[in-house]
Design a protein around this ligand. Structure first.
Ligand SMILES: C[S@@+](CC[C@H](N)C(=O)[O-])C[C@H]1O[C@@H](n2cnc3c(N)ncnc32)[C@H](O)[C@@H]1O
Length: 270
């Protein structure tokens, strides 16, 4: 009977879901409108602002503790870090989360005196690219979707990034000799694999062989460094070289729009 309480509930639930979807769509729309419409910064002034933030960052408890954690793992591989690859930093002249993360990467580069720091995010504006160059970084011209080889010990910094980017970094380094060169800061693999049990991807495959050290987040601003861990892949913990099943590469993953939305939402709810 169309007027029954059951039918009534079904209809209101549908409406509720539709409204929720619209609200979510509008929220994303207004966020992306804001990022698009946000006026460009004055590079010289912004450079000073980022410099001041780097000074504060390098003196923060969060940074010092993160450097201790990193050093312990650098000691395990027993070779110096030679490169930083930072993907998915975000529009750091327009959002404060990405700005603090940018200050972290620059401070890390200085702390370890690393010559090469490479960045890519499709959202970067020209002014943001210029700023990164002024802070001794370089910006990759093309989207490599995380397919980046660690020919030297490399710190990959992917704060709150889409799952496929981390997967594709592993994909690019999927040999027992190369994987130990990867030191990856990203959302916790342990947490990601709890909710995402795809039968065969490199994150699910490697999770039991990697060393995951959470980067304790006592930073003064919330939602900047939450849920991040350092992942390393010590040679001794990896399967033998002749384990063909393990070392056969899966197909790399595509980074798609849905993934970005899911990542943004799950981060916001943490
Ligand atoms: C959830 S946001 C994280 C932004 C920021 N790091 C934060 O914590 O708020 C994911 C970022 O990944 C970037 N991204 C998407 N595809 C990418 C790709 N192929 N390579 C590098 N970054 C990518 C997006 O533009 C976006 O800035």
């Amino acid at each position: 009977m169309s007027g029954s309480g059951e039918d009534f509930q079904v209809v209101t639930r549908k409406k509720w879901i539709a409204r929720k979807c619209l609200r979510r769509r509008d929220r994303h729309k207004s966020e992306s409108d804001y990022l698009k419409d946000c006026p460009d910064v004055d590079v010289d002034k912004f450079k000073d602002r980022l410099e001041r933030l780097c000074t504060k960052m390098s003196q923060s408890d969060y940074f010092m503790l993160a450097m201790e954690t990193l050093q312990q793992q650098v000691d395990v591989i027993n070779r110096p870090l030679e490169r930083i690859v930072c993907l998915g930093l975000g529009p750091f002249s327009r959002t404060h989360i990405a700005l603090h993360q940018a200050a972290f990467v620059v401070s890390l580069q200085r702390h370890y005196q690393i010559k090469e720091a490479i960045y890519f995010d499709p959202v970067f504006r020209e002014s943001e690219k210029e700023l990164l160059r002024l802070f001794d970084g370089s910006v990759i011209a093309e989207d490599c979707a995380g397919k980046h080889e660690a020919t030297v010990p490399t710190l990959y910094y992917l704060p709150h990034c889409p799952y496929p980017l981390m997967n594709n970094i592993l994909w690019s380094n999927w040999t027992r000799d190369t994987l130990p060169n990867v030191l990856l800061v990203s959302n916790s693999f342990e947490m990601l694999t709890m909710t995402r049990k795809t039968p065969k991807d490199h994150i699910n495959q490697v999770v039991e062989h990697c060393t995951e050290t959470p980067l304790d987040d006592d930073y003064e601003h919330q939602n900047v460094f939450n849920d991040l861990s350092l992942h390393t892949f010590p040679w001794d913990s990896l399967p033998e070289t002749d384990d063909e099943i393990f070392w056969t590469r899966c197909a790399p993953m595509k980074v798609n729009e849905d993934e970005l939305i899911i990542e943004t939402e799950s981060k916001a709810t943490h």
